[in-house]
Design a protein around this ligand. Sequence first.
Ligand SMILES: [Zn+2]
Length: 357
Amino acid sequence: MPNEVRYRLLPTIAVCLFAIPGLQAQASFQFNGTDVRPGTKEHFTIKISDNDGNKAQVPITVFHGQSAGPVLGITAGVHGYEYAPILAGQQLINRINPAALSGTVILVQIANVGSFLGRSPYTNPMDSKNLNRTFPGNAEGSVTERLAHFISTKVIPRSDYFIDMHSGDAPEDLMAYSAYYQHDDKPEISKKGRMIAESMGYDLVVVFKTTTKDYMKDGFPSLYCSAEAFKQGIPAADIECGRLGMIEPHLVDKITTAIERTLISLGMAEGKIEPVEKMAVVKERLYIESEHEGFFYPLKSSGDYVLKGMKVGYVTDLFNRTVQEIHATENGLLLFILGTPPVNKGESVATVAVIEE
Ligand SMILES: [Zn+2]
């Protein structure tokens, strides 16, 4: 369009926009070659295959609001055995109303269907890769690397804000919390991530502090889904809610509520959110490792407050002989404790969260 014509049109467009109070013109949202009309939602099944004959599908729902606003990208099922966020995603299909939405939500229902249908904790049985250690992925790689590449190039860059939803995987007794990425070189993006994490309604917020100097540079591997979003300059938050691969309805509800609270805090939905009465911020996470393979016996549960030196569990060898006692290394909350017997040498059996004063 020649400049002259564009300048003549501008006042006309401006008049149209301001003529209808409270209603900003909203075009269709194009996703995967389809126009999603304002006030509607569309389901997509993305097919991804690799050179070894592995075939994956990614179910995605795009909710396009009646009026304009930001784009919120959400992923569930990056780990397919983490059922609480996956079930929350299923509920959100009917709970996010595009007619009342300002902006757009791209909800990846299950990022790793292979892990979900294969009932496989951590990894995709098709290529034995952990999707949440694979970002930004590779367009020419194995099926999991291609899944990561698809999310890195087709979902994350479309988003103004990004949330990755997890829970404790099959052996993980995990406390519910929200989290956000932080780097000193990106104070504004970090601050917006913190705003999202704090709006979700969890009484525990963890800072994913990235201190490596080159972290934000191209070529520094993001590995994690929401870390990739943060590296792309998008405020990024995580939900960790649910434990041991179980389905606990109140925790599924806590996730759907967290997303609804986020939509309100971003101005994408109407409503009022009650602030959390007492919110603790985790400034540091201390990992305690097993020095042996064998059995782990927890003596505490996630969410317990522990004191430095307190015994939280022990490890036995394959003949029931105690080979290691596990003690808390600092005062804090047990963010995670291994909840099932098998343990390998070098694995974390507990994480103590040190709370910001
Ligand atoms: Zn996970």
